[in-house]
Unconditional design. Sequence first.
Length: 260
Amino acid sequence: MFRNIGLIYKKEIKSYFKSYIAYVVIAVFMVITGFMFNDVVVKFSMLSFKAQGNPMLAKQYNLLNVTETVVRPMFGQISMIMLLMMPMLTMKLLADEKKSGTMELILTYPIRDAEVVMGKYLAGLTVFAAMLFSTVTYPLLLIALGEPEIVPMITGYFGLFLMGAAFVSLGLFASSVTENQIIAASLALGMLFLFYLMSMSAAYVSPGIGRIVSYLSINDHFFSMAKGVVDTEDIIYYLSFVVFFLFLTMRSIESHRWRG
């Protein structure tokens, strides 16, 4: 089992870097996050300079707390950029196999659907982890130049990784239902936005339904981690999200096998 997963994983990793998709996605992600991080730091510096002669301004913008004014906004921006970039990272995982006709060839091998799904998923997750790791220089700069709280940084990155793992599983499912990569990316983006913005509608429904909608919102479970709090409920949510969409992906491949 692990051998087959490893073979699929190696094949997919080579495909990512051979087609330059990984390089392009990571480079674009670094440029956008770098620009937004610089914007947050510059605004913080300007407000801090003005606040030197106006204590009320410092109190209003909470400028004495780097974690609240820089770190948390940074994590929020990274999560939004992840949402926009992940469909481009996952759109080829299965759609490309279907379009090139290699999916039928893979299904003739003595390999289980779960092994195909896990190999593809782990490859996408690896590239995402490399993409996320490219932003580690931002908190390191903050630590070198200021005095941010370390724990919220660690838990924040842990939350981003769990959120990204969920994004990859949904993107893999979207890639399994079509052979067109653009459609796969559009479907994944639409579904991710639905889960991301779901909490906004909680205020317009009954309290009971509102709690359910808030729980299903994929970003609500990240907020507490960005504050330095790790709740098992949030971890269970992300793991359940991943398992659910990997299960749907396996069912999609199974239906493709039967349609033959």
